[in-house]
Design a protein around this ligand. Sequence first.
Ligand code: DQA
Length: 144
Amino acid sequence: ADFLVLNGPNLNRLGSRETSVYGSQSLADINTRLQTVAGELGHGIDFFQSNAEHALIERLHQAADQDVDCLIFNPAAFTHTSIALRDAVLAGELAMIEVHLSNPASREAFRHRSYFSDIAIGTICGLGAFGYECALLAADKRFG
Ligand code: DQA
């Protein structure tokens, strides 16, 4: 199957950004691990991170045209704000697993609403970088 790992704003700063909340692994570390696991399982996997909402929307349109089987998507702060990204997922009829490193439910109230949880297959949060790997294994189980 073909998977796309999509990361939103500020996640390019993982490894140095609020490490007590988000852990010490960089996004490159996380993606290297996912590439290895996807390779072992025989899946194609692509990676995209942007701080710009429009770039993420364009990548979602591309994913729909490329028939990506499942998104592993951490929309970061856009989780709580972006109807446009939600609409792009819906427009592309893209299956998605939502991932958050932290557990938004245990943080500020403005993080409690997600525009993605109700359209996701499932949400993995609070498990740090390992959450991405869990999402990939879940995608393998479902789309493998
Ligand atoms: C996050 C949680 C969001 O609330 C926050 O804005 C992020 C990261 C997470 O992975 O824990 O940037 O999506």
